[in-house]
Design a protein around this ligand. Sequence first.
Ligand code: AMP
Length: 211
Amino acid sequence: MNILLIGPQGSGKGTQARILCDKFGYFYFESGAYLRRIAADRPALKESLARGELVPDKEMTSYLEAFLDSKNLYDGIIFDGFPRTVAQYNFLKDWFSEKNVSLSLVINIEVSEKETIRRLSARREDPATGKIYNLITSPPPPGVDKSKLIQREDDKPEAIMERLRLYRERTAPLVELLRKETKVVDVDGERPIEVIAKDLADLVQNDIDIK
Ligand code: AMP
Protein backbone atom coordinates (compact mmCIF):
# COMPACT_ATOMS: atom_id res chain seq x y z
CA MET A 1 0.00 0.00 0.00
CA ASN A 2 1.51 3.25 -1.16
CA ILE A 3 0.42 6.77 -0.32
CA LEU A 4 0.83 10.02 -2.26
CA LEU A 5 0.99 13.26 -0.31
CA ILE A 6 0.35 16.15 -2.66
CA GLY A 7 0.02 19.90 -2.20
CA PRO A 8 1.99 23.01 -3.05
CA GLN A 9 5.42 23.75 -1.64
CA GLY A 10 5.11 24.93 1.94
CA SER A 11 1.88 23.03 2.54
CA GLY A 12 3.52 21.02 5.32
CA LYS A 13 3.70 17.73 3.36
CA GLY A 14 7.16 16.95 4.70
CA THR A 15 6.24 17.54 8.34
CA GLN A 16 3.11 15.43 8.02
CA ALA A 17 4.82 12.67 6.04
CA ARG A 18 7.47 12.28 8.74
CA ILE A 19 4.82 12.03 11.47
CA LEU A 20 2.94 9.35 9.49
CA CYS A 21 6.12 7.40 8.75
CA ASP A 22 7.07 7.39 12.44
CA LYS A 23 3.60 6.25 13.44
CA PHE A 24 2.90 3.62 10.78
CA GLY A 25 6.38 2.60 9.59
CA TYR A 26 6.10 3.73 5.99
CA PHE A 27 9.28 4.52 4.06
CA TYR A 28 9.50 8.25 3.35
CA PHE A 29 10.48 9.22 -0.19
CA GLU A 30 10.94 12.99 -0.43
CA SER A 31 11.86 13.83 -4.00
CA GLY A 32 13.22 17.33 -3.31
CA ALA A 33 15.56 16.17 -0.53
CA TYR A 34 16.72 13.22 -2.65
CA LEU A 35 17.48 15.52 -5.59
CA ARG A 36 19.35 17.98 -3.37
CA ARG A 37 21.50 15.08 -2.09
CA ILE A 38 22.45 13.77 -5.50
CA ALA A 39 22.93 17.32 -6.87
CA ALA A 40 26.06 17.68 -4.70
CA ASP A 41 28.12 16.18 -7.55
CA ARG A 42 25.86 17.24 -10.46
CA PRO A 43 26.36 20.99 -11.01
CA ALA A 44 23.68 21.34 -13.73
CA LEU A 45 21.08 19.72 -11.50
CA LYS A 46 22.14 21.92 -8.57
CA GLU A 47 21.63 25.08 -10.63
CA SER A 48 18.29 23.99 -11.92
CA LEU A 49 17.08 23.24 -8.36
CA ALA A 50 18.30 26.66 -7.21
CA ARG A 51 16.17 28.30 -9.90
CA GLY A 52 13.11 26.36 -8.73
CA GLU A 53 12.74 24.55 -12.07
CA LEU A 54 11.32 21.06 -12.39
CA VAL A 55 13.70 18.25 -13.25
CA PRO A 56 12.63 16.84 -16.67
CA ASP A 57 10.22 13.92 -16.29
CA LYS A 58 12.47 11.26 -17.87
CA GLU A 59 15.42 12.26 -15.70
CA MET A 60 13.24 12.39 -12.56
CA THR A 61 11.64 9.00 -13.12
CA SER A 62 14.98 7.37 -13.83
CA TYR A 63 16.39 8.74 -10.53
CA LEU A 64 13.36 7.45 -8.67
CA GLU A 65 13.52 4.03 -10.27
CA ALA A 66 17.25 3.66 -9.63
CA PHE A 67 16.87 4.70 -6.00
CA LEU A 68 13.96 2.40 -5.17
CA ASP A 69 15.48 -0.51 -7.14
CA SER A 70 18.71 -0.09 -5.19
CA LYS A 71 16.71 -0.52 -1.99
CA ASN A 72 14.47 -3.20 -3.45
CA LEU A 73 11.60 -1.12 -2.17
CA TYR A 74 8.25 -1.10 -3.88
CA ASP A 75 5.57 -0.99 -1.22
CA GLY A 76 4.77 0.84 2.01
CA ILE A 77 6.08 4.15 0.68
CA ILE A 78 4.82 7.67 1.31
CA PHE A 79 5.70 9.76 -1.73
CA ASP A 80 6.19 13.47 -1.05
CA GLY A 81 6.87 15.68 -4.06
CA PHE A 82 6.49 12.87 -6.60
CA PRO A 83 4.62 12.67 -8.93
CA ARG A 84 4.43 16.35 -9.81
CA THR A 85 3.29 16.01 -13.43
CA VAL A 86 0.84 13.84 -15.37
CA ALA A 87 3.76 12.08 -17.12
CA GLN A 88 5.34 11.19 -13.76
CA TYR A 89 2.03 9.82 -12.51
CA ASN A 90 1.63 7.69 -15.64
CA PHE A 91 5.11 6.32 -15.04
CA LEU A 92 4.24 5.55 -11.42
CA LYS A 93 1.01 3.77 -12.36
CA ASP A 94 2.86 1.48 -14.81
CA TRP A 95 5.59 0.91 -12.28
CA PHE A 96 3.10 -0.01 -9.51
CA SER A 97 1.36 -2.44 -11.81
CA GLU A 98 4.67 -4.01 -12.90
CA LYS A 99 5.67 -4.48 -9.24
CA ASN A 100 2.18 -5.66 -8.33
CA VAL A 101 1.64 -3.02 -5.65
CA SER A 102 -1.20 -0.56 -5.26
CA LEU A 103 -1.78 3.11 -4.74
CA SER A 104 -3.99 3.11 -1.74
CA LEU A 105 -4.49 6.74 -0.76
CA VAL A 106 -3.94 10.21 -2.18
CA ILE A 107 -3.93 13.04 0.35
CA ASN A 108 -4.07 16.60 -0.97
CA ILE A 109 -2.97 19.22 1.55
CA GLU A 110 -4.51 22.53 0.58
CA VAL A 111 -3.04 25.95 1.44
CA SER A 112 -3.48 29.30 -0.26
CA GLU A 113 -0.68 30.83 -2.33
CA LYS A 114 -0.48 33.68 0.17
CA GLU A 115 0.22 31.23 3.00
CA THR A 116 2.71 29.26 0.89
CA ILE A 117 4.70 32.44 0.21
CA ARG A 118 4.56 33.45 3.88
CA ARG A 119 5.83 30.04 5.03
CA LEU A 120 8.54 29.54 2.41
CA SER A 121 9.94 33.05 2.87
CA ALA A 122 10.43 32.32 6.58
CA ARG A 123 12.17 28.96 6.07
CA ARG A 124 15.83 28.79 7.13
CA GLU A 125 18.41 26.00 7.12
CA ASP A 126 21.19 25.39 9.59
CA PRO A 127 24.13 24.57 7.29
CA ALA A 128 25.96 22.81 10.15
CA THR A 129 23.21 20.26 10.89
CA GLY A 130 20.98 20.43 7.79
CA LYS A 131 18.02 21.13 10.11
CA ILE A 132 15.18 23.19 8.69
CA TYR A 133 13.45 25.84 10.80
CA ASN A 134 10.66 28.26 10.13
CA LEU A 135 11.07 31.67 11.72
CA ILE A 136 7.29 31.91 12.13
CA THR A 137 5.97 28.42 12.83
CA SER A 138 8.98 26.46 14.08
CA PRO A 139 11.79 28.79 15.23
CA PRO A 140 15.21 27.44 16.18
CA PRO A 141 15.61 26.52 19.86
CA PRO A 142 17.87 28.56 22.18
CA GLY A 143 21.46 27.67 21.49
CA VAL A 144 21.12 27.81 17.71
CA ASP A 145 22.81 30.91 16.36
CA LYS A 146 20.15 32.58 14.19
CA SER A 147 22.73 34.65 12.34
CA LYS A 148 24.26 31.42 10.95
CA LEU A 149 21.00 30.18 9.43
CA ILE A 150 20.73 30.48 5.66
CA GLN A 151 17.88 30.86 3.23
CA ARG A 152 17.88 28.14 0.55
CA GLU A 153 18.27 29.50 -2.99
CA ASP A 154 14.90 28.01 -3.97
CA ASP A 155 13.19 29.78 -1.03
CA LYS A 156 14.18 33.21 -2.37
CA PRO A 157 11.30 35.27 -3.81
CA GLU A 158 11.98 34.69 -7.53
CA ALA A 159 12.36 30.94 -7.11
CA ILE A 160 9.22 30.74 -4.94
CA MET A 161 7.20 32.48 -7.66
CA GLU A 162 8.63 30.10 -10.29
CA ARG A 163 7.78 27.06 -8.15
CA LEU A 164 4.23 28.31 -7.68
CA ARG A 165 3.85 28.97 -11.40
CA LEU A 166 5.02 25.42 -12.13
CA TYR A 167 2.63 24.04 -9.53
CA ARG A 168 -0.30 25.77 -11.25
CA GLU A 169 0.85 24.76 -14.72
CA ARG A 170 2.11 21.20 -14.21
CA THR A 171 0.81 19.85 -10.88
CA ALA A 172 -2.73 21.29 -10.67
CA PRO A 173 -3.76 19.33 -13.83
CA LEU A 174 -2.33 16.19 -12.21
CA VAL A 175 -4.51 16.75 -9.12
CA GLU A 176 -7.56 16.99 -11.39
CA LEU A 177 -6.60 13.75 -13.16
CA LEU A 178 -6.07 12.01 -9.81
CA ARG A 179 -9.58 13.09 -8.77
CA LYS A 180 -10.97 11.31 -11.84
CA GLU A 181 -8.90 8.15 -11.50
CA THR A 182 -8.66 7.61 -7.78
CA LYS A 183 -9.94 8.87 -4.46
CA VAL A 184 -8.30 12.10 -3.39
CA VAL A 185 -8.86 13.28 0.17
CA ASP A 186 -8.57 17.06 0.56
CA VAL A 187 -7.21 18.29 3.87
CA ASP A 188 -7.11 21.90 5.07
CA GLY A 189 -3.39 22.58 5.58
CA GLU A 190 -3.82 25.93 7.30
CA ARG A 191 -4.69 24.41 10.68
CA PRO A 192 -2.19 23.59 13.46
CA ILE A 193 0.27 20.78 12.69
CA GLU A 194 -1.11 18.45 15.41
CA VAL A 195 -4.71 18.86 14.22
CA ILE A 196 -3.77 17.98 10.64
CA ALA A 197 -1.60 15.10 11.88
CA LYS A 198 -4.57 13.64 13.77
CA ASP A 199 -6.78 13.82 10.66
CA LEU A 200 -4.12 12.16 8.52
CA ALA A 201 -3.47 9.42 11.07
CA ASP A 202 -7.21 8.65 11.10
CA LEU A 203 -7.30 8.53 7.31
CA VAL A 204 -4.34 6.18 7.09
CA GLN A 205 -5.61 3.95 9.91
CA ASN A 206 -8.98 3.76 8.21
CA ASP A 207 -7.30 2.84 4.94
CA ILE A 208 -5.31 0.07 6.65
CA ASP A 209 -8.47 -1.24 8.37
CA ILE A 210 -10.48 -1.56 5.17
CA LYS A 211 -7.72 -3.29 3.18
P1 AMP B 1 10.68 20.34 -2.95
O1 AMP B 1 11.60 20.28 -1.79
O2 AMP B 1 9.70 19.23 -3.02
O3 AMP B 1 10.03 21.67 -3.11
O4 AMP B 1 11.60 20.14 -4.24
C1 AMP B 1 12.71 20.96 -4.46
C2 AMP B 1 13.00 21.03 -5.95
O5 AMP B 1 13.34 19.73 -6.44
C3 AMP B 1 11.83 21.48 -6.81
O6 AMP B 1 11.71 22.89 -6.87
C4 AMP B 1 12.24 20.90 -8.16
O7 AMP B 1 13.27 21.67 -8.71
C5 AMP B 1 12.83 19.55 -7.77
N1 AMP B 1 11.85 18.46 -7.73
C6 AMP B 1 11.37 17.83 -6.64
N2 AMP B 1 10.51 16.86 -6.97
C7 AMP B 1 10.42 16.88 -8.31
C8 AMP B 1 9.68 16.13 -9.26
N3 AMP B 1 8.83 15.16 -8.87
N4 AMP B 1 9.84 16.42 -10.56
C9 AMP B 1 10.68 17.38 -10.97
N5 AMP B 1 11.41 18.15 -10.13
C10 AMP B 1 11.30 17.90 -8.81
